[in-house]
Design a protein around this ligand. Structure first.
Ligand SMILES: Cc1ncc(COP(=O)(O)O)c(C=O)c1O
Length: 393
């Protein structure tokens, strides 16, 4: 699998504006437009680098675009949770000094060895005997690597669960830790409490389960990686402040039996969501139906299975006769929003609350669109959102 080789304009060469409205007035975009907010990437990184008591790995899957990588690197994030050889190579192509960790529990054959030999990656994850066998056979000398055993952490605090596919129960994890130790690799533990986790307590629970697993195994772990899951502040949703998470995590770490353990976390959404907005245009209005220039095969892919935005109120803008951006008139009312492809499935799952005066040619601006948008867009039907500008406050 190769890294796509489209040419990407340098970040510094993108058009820059002082407000979203000014970008829309100047560009009148007829294709979806991604707006980067550099200071929001910096602020999100700062919160984690200052608040989390350990190494912060950016989960590159949430937004592996070179602009996001560059902005987070410049903000001080130098470790990356990567899930495939392609992702490692994508990160390294932009940031040659990046420290990558291969945190997917199932890898394609040969990828672990290539990651180690070509890119010096020494952290790997397993959640089964079979994958551990495969990893050890590929690596040869296990002393070179750390192996993280992934625990199930289905604790109910997250809007998108991450334990039905990967992870094992404490008994199996204890067995795997013993096998890792016997192999000569350094034993470690990890979990993922689920994405958009609105309950800081879930982390404390999972750390306690990790602590019990260590006792059960009778193996001294060298690192505990508490995964991602930290929420983004989406429109219509008010997640708890991050310091609640960090305080609860620190307290749970302090209650662990073993104190000499490296701590890591892997936020994705929380680091990249706030730093991007998306401007879409209404191609056509038909009654309460809006046909947009972007949909679930583009930037809204995650909407198919995530329930993040009950009553989602994005902002709407219309350009007046003088080309000035104004809010359309009328009461807010629900609209059905469809994407541009021919597929009937290409519709947003929940209605958008927008002013009744909205019409074709108007714009809808979605905030906090940096996570799982760019990373999972496709070019189905020939639509591929890829226009960029920067908004600096
Ligand atoms: C192993 C792992 N770590 C971290 C993340 C990032 O999660 P989030 O974006 O919820 O922080 C994911 C998301 O899929 C993941 O699979």
């Amino acid at each position: 699998m190769t890294v796509p080789t489209t040419t990407i304009a340098p970040l510094a060469s993108l058009p820059r504006f002082t407000a979203i409205t000014k970008a829309i007035e100047a560009l009148k975009p007829s294709e979806p437009l991604y707006l980067l907010h550099p200071e929001k990437f910096t602020a999100a990184a700062k919160q984690f680098l200052e608040g989390y008591p350990g190494d912060v790995l950016y989960a590159a899957k949430s937004n592996p675009h070179p602009y996001a990588l560059e902005l987070l690197w410049n903000a001080g994030v130098h470790h990356f949770d990567t899930a495939s050889l392609g992702e490692i190579e994508g990160v390294k192509a932009v940031l040659p000094e990046a420290i990558c960790h291969f945190m997917a529990p199932v890898r394609l054959p040969g990828q672990a060895r290539a990651a180690l030999e070509k890119h010096g990656v020494t952290d790997f994850v397993v959640d089964s005997d079979a994958e551990l066998d495969k990893l050890l056979a590929e690596i040869g000398d296990a002393k070179k690597i750390r192996i993280f055993v992934r625990l199930v952490a289905s604790l109910g605090g997250a809007l998108l669960e991450m334990s039905s596919k990967y992870g094992c129960a404490p008994e199996e994890a204890a067995w795997l830790l013993q096998r890792v130790q016997a192999s000569g690799a350094q034993p470690c533990l990890t979990f993922h409490v689920g994405s958009q986790c609105l309950s800081p307590f879930s982390y404390a629970q999972a750390i306690e389960i990790a602590n019990r697993t260590v006792t059960l195994a009778g193996v001294a772990i060298v690192a505990l990686d508490i995964g991602g899951g930290f929420p983004a502040a989406y429109s219509g949703q008010e997640p708890p402040p991050y310091h609640w998470y960090f305080d609860m995590i620190k307290e749970a770490f302090a209650n662990m039996d073993a104190q000499d353990v490296a701590k890591m976390c892997e936020p994705g959404r929380a680091l990249c969501a706030p730093g991007m907005s998306l401007v879409t245009q209404v191609v056509l209005r038909r009654g309460d139906r809006l046909y947009l220039n972007d949909g679930i095969y583009g930037s809204f892919d995650e909407q198919r299975f995530a329930s993040f935005d009950e009553d989602y109120p994005p902002s709407a803008l219309t350009l007046d006769a003088k080309g000035k951006a104004r809010t359309p008139t009328g009461e807010l009312r629900p609209f059905r929003a469809f994407g541009p492809t021919c597929d009937s499935a290409d519709k947003l799952p929940r209605p958008l609350m927008l002013p009744d005066g909205l019409s074709g040619g108007d714009y809808i601006v979605f905030g906090a669109m940096g996570a799982y948008t760019v990373s999972s867009r496709s070019n189905f039907n020939g639509y591929y959102p890829d226009n960029w500008a920067v908004v600096v406050a």
